[in-house]
Design a binder for this molecule. Sequence first.
Ligand SMILES: [Zn+2]
Length: 332
Amino acid sequence: MFESLKNLLKHFTGSKEATSAEPDTSTQASTAPTPAPAPAPAPSESFSDQYITLAKFNLGLGSIGPDNRNDVDPKTVNEMYQAIAAGLFNIPVSGKVPEICVDGRTNKDGSRFSAPCAAGGTLSIVYGGDLGSGAAVDVNEIQLTAQIINTLKEKGHSTGVHGDDHSSCGCGACAKAPTIYQHISERINDIASLVSQLGINVTDSEKESIVQQANNRLSQAGFFAEDRASVVQAAQDSGALYEELVGKHNELGIALNTKPGTTVDRSAIRAKYGPQYDVFVVDAWAFGNAAKDINASGNEADEQRIAKAITLQNVATASILGHGSLRIVPIA
Ligand SMILES: [Zn+2]
């Protein structure tokens, strides 16, 4: 599945590059009168239309995104997108499944654990596994979290979650998990349409099964914990590593990484462009590995559906937290 994603992304970015209509700033600069202030300044560069936005799929209900920022230079943002797409910030990781959150922020010392990323860290596997398995077993979210973490530990994987320095539950994927389930239920076609543009086809029966499971959980009394931070705590109690991220959300795009064995180095991006230049990091190559290792039935169709549900959970989280102007920057 993710091989096809990789090929499609290559094709997608290649064809877009050919039709890119970036203003030629070098020409503008050389023809401008030298010392006098320009009477009609050229419109400032806008954020690149080379990459697909959440808005293109009617997604992006949140506020995080370039259009809501006045502290960044669009030209620099576009350069950053290009450099990320070229894989210049990819660094090796040893983990094989998502362990830390896509969150663009860092720990107090400016670092992150070096590990594959998905929305909520290990909780992405909990929610994606739940939505994709279609098993309406009468457990709650906390029990499910402990179960998945134990399964992953048995397979030799590290697990992780996070909070931040100012919220009761600083992980949006966890804090808003019920809203994200609701979003998947209500907007499955928009979300699947985005995913299909990335080369992953969610079939009608898969959509039906995932929506059914989302609805089951939304109507199951007590499935979602009232105290959202208790889910992060439950993960830690089961052995998940904990990161305390600091500061506010400055993500300007979603780095969609399909290079196996790598993630994107957030600290290096800041070092190059400035401390306010962050991106969400989605290590999509690791989703299939997670689906394989938590699939209780061993059945191939179940494994595929779980991998797709993890993908949908990541897109839905981005759509709930992110603004329509967030670009998806593929790394193929
Ligand atoms: Zn998070």
